[in-house]
Write a protein that binds this ligand. Structure first.
Ligand SMILES: Cc1cc2nc3c(=O)[nH]c(=O)nc-3n(C[C@H](O)[C@H](O)[C@H](O)COP(=O)(O)O)c2cc1C
Length: 224
């Protein structure tokens, strides 16, 4: 069900960014409202004007745009969405997400959100197979980030293999499936409970009443 949903579409700086323009149309055809966010590199591949015209909405690009902060700050922007889709998710964006960077609008929105995030990776096959990308993918999946693609096939660079962004209908289908799943991620509550349990165990240990030398188990923050 995408009808009536608000999707924050983060467009990364890859050659597949042009497909994100079609994705905007298809998501809107499915009844969703789309708020596009372009990274600086994405603007080398598609224009904010095209994204804005297709979305019928303002495009967001700059974290430090004071007008945007006055109208709708970056926290509200990420919270107003029902789902965040990153397409194309470049190797660089995946690395930033996996590391928790927040040095531009896109990465800050991804850090500030408590909503489901779906990424459509797209990159050269060597970048996709690089151990760093494999590590980042595993981290992101462990964090509950949903993925669609990439597909196998000929690439813009002339090579062949995995790395082509999933086709637009597949991304729309994945977005539909993701939006059906429970939205909120109770990470914060679980971590708070974990911190409290660790604090309680430490207090018991200090008082000599039932303290345990074994560390408390790490909280499970995997999204279901
Ligand atoms: C012509 C060209 C095509 C590129 N295509 C891709 C791509 O498909 N995937 C990718 O991960 N990086 C690609 N890059 C490299 C990214 O543009 C670069 O890593 C950039 O910093 C990513 O920015 P982002 O984090 O805003 O996505 C490409 C670079 C150039 C010059």
């Amino acid at each position: 069900m995408l009808a009536g949903k608000r999707i924050l579409l983060i467009i990364g700086g890859g050659i597949a960014a042009y497909k994100a323009l079609d994705l905007i149309r298809r998501l809107r055809d499915a009844g969703a409202g789309v708020t596009p966010v372009l990274t600086r590199a994405a603007t080398e591949f598609v224009t904010p004007l095209s994204a804005s015209a297709l979305a019928g909405e303002k495009v967001y690009q700059d974290l430090f745009d004071l007008t945007d902060e006055a109208e709708m700050g970056h926290i509200e922007l990420s919270r107003a969405a029902d789902l965040i889709v990153v397409a194309p998710a470049t190797a660089d964006l995946m690395a930033k997400m996996a590391q928790g960077h927040a040095d531009d609008l896109a990465s800050t929105l991804l850090m500030a959100t408590d909503k489901r995030v779906l990424i459509a990776p797209a990159m050269n096959v060597r970048m996709w197979e690089h151990p760093a990308t494999r590590r980042n993918l595993a981290t992101l999946q462990g964090d509950g980030i949903l993925t669609v693609g990439p597909d196998e096939g000929p690439m813009a660079c002339g090579e062949f293999g995995y790395g082509r962004m999933a086709e637009v209908p597949a991304i729309v289908a994945a977005a539909r499936a993701a939006s059906r799943q429970a939205a909120a991620v109770p990470i914060r509550g679980r971590v708070t409970r974990y911190i409290r349990s660790v604090a309680a165990a430490a207090a018991r240990a200090r008082s000599g009443r039932g303290g345990s030398r074994r560390p408390a188990p790490a909280p499970s923050i995997r999204r279901r």
